[in-house]
Design a protein around this ligand. Structure first.
Ligand SMILES: [Zn+2]
Length: 218
């Protein structure tokens, strides 16, 4: 501060002080008008006031992102504790919106979607087989009914139904045979889907994997 500026600042400060005093006196003498003036001022400046609050909140968050994340997690935790089941109810009530949100996300993140699908199918091998067969059946224009491999094997007494079974130990299927090994149990389409056989339990039979592969599309 230069010494020459000091008297000017003193004068400005004195003017502001006198204006505040006049305002205080006027408000004391006119309380109704004063309240009305305050109300009008706030209404006119509401959006600006909110924006100032938002901006200062943004600055606080930017200055300390980790504290903000901790506070957000803590807030969510308290909310979940105070409202058990709220998240499920919210999703239930917003099912359509959630579906749309998922669709937009997948559209915007095709890579993430494929990766998530791959992980899900890895964890649900039965579902993948079902989805593949349903798709093949739809493409071939043949009927499809949901079925499970275990139900087919149980129904056929864990016995390979192919007349020219290749297994040296006989037609019995070992439930403990490893996944994708030659003698594990599989379900064979009696009439292949490619030859318009339906993808339904009636058109399925238990078979060793190797026997099923050897049969191929016959
Ligand atoms: Zn066999």
């Amino acid at each position: 501060m230069t010494p020459a500026a000091a008297p000017e600042e003193d004068k400005a400060g004195a003017r502001r002080e006198r204006a505040r005093e006049r305002s205080r006196l006027w408000r004391a003498a006119n309380p109704e008008k004063a309240r009305e003036a305050t109300r009008r001022y706030r209404a006119a400046n509401l959006e600006a006031e909110r924006e100032r609050e938002r901006e200062s909140a943004r600055q606080r968050r930017a200055a300390n992102p980790e504290a903000n994340r901790v506070a957000a997690r803590e807030g969510m935790r308290r909310h979940r504790e105070a409202n058990p089941g709220a998240a499920g109810r919210w999703r239930e009530a917003n099912r359509e919106a959630e579906r749309e949100r998922g669709r937009l996300y997948r559209e915007a993140n095709p890579g993430a979607n494929r990766e998530a699908q791959r992980r899900w199918y890895e964890a649900h091998p039965e579902a993948k087989r079902g989805a593949n067969l349903q798709r093949r059946a739809r493409l071939a224009g043949v009927p499809h009914e949901p079925w499970t491999l275990v139900a087919i094997l149980e129904r056929d007494n864990w016995t390979c139904q192919l007349a020219d079974c290749l297994c040296p130990d006989g037609r019995s299927i070992d439930p403990s045979a490893g996944h994708l090994t030659r003698w594990e149990g599989t379900a064979d389409h009696i009439i292949p889907i490619s030859k318009c056989g339906p993808d339904t339990p009636e058109n399925l039979q238990a078979a060793h994997r190797a026997c099923n592969s050897a049969k191929g599309d016959r």
